[in-house]
Design a protein around this ligand. Sequence first.
Ligand SMILES: CC(C)(COP(=O)(O)OP(=O)(O)OC[C@H]1O[C@@H](n2cnc3c(N)ncnc32)[C@H](O)[C@@H]1OP(=O)(O)O)[C@@H](O)C(=O)NCCC(=O)NCCS
Length: 162
Amino acid sequence: MQIIAEQPGHTGGIEGLLDLAFGTDRSNKTVYRLRAGVEPLRELCFVALQNNHIEGTIRYWPITIGMEHPALLLGPIAVAEHRRSEGLGGVLIRYSLNRAAALGHRIVLLVGDAPYYQRFGFSRAQTLGLTLPGPVNLDRFLGLDLVPGALDGLSGDVRSIL
Ligand SMILES: CC(C)(COP(=O)(O)OP(=O)(O)OC[C@H]1O[C@@H](n2cnc3c(N)ncnc32)[C@H](O)[C@@H]1OP(=O)(O)O)[C@@H](O)C(=O)NCCC(=O)NCCS
């Protein structure tokens, strides 16, 4: 298994994996409002490849909190069903978060299952002052500071960079 930077030729395989994991109607979700018309951050998009087959994908989008606090939106992440619970999701998340921190990013937000993401340090407590541009189950709105304290006391609307 190799973790490599996503390439343009991977798009079809990634979309197929995401369709299976989240359904083809996934773009109706609130987080897609933050992604609409914005390219993912290429330097933080990775695939897990085995025998040239895409077994996992992780992408990040640039967002802002208010007008002046840049942040990352983690996701989507998906691992092929036959490869789950082997640690691949954890490898993709830790690898990309380390890259994000090394690149100077300070804040990561996501909408996902807290029982999964809390092992990487994400919590709802970090997003209490933040508002998303649409309905979500707030228990699933999670944040992580890559720079300790970056989310402390922060409040405002989470916005697209457009
Ligand atoms: C979530 C996902 C990426 C995890 O990938 P993975 O390679 O299986 O993850 P890991 O091997 O690092 O971790 C697996 C562990 O996390 C647990 N886990 C997986 N998804 C979970 C969830 N949604 N909530 C709580 N625990 C979860 C598994 O039960 C497993 O536990 P175990 O180690 O005790 O067996 C993968 O299950 C997936 O693609 N799911 C469908 C898409 C999805 O839900 N994406 C995330 C949005 S919330």
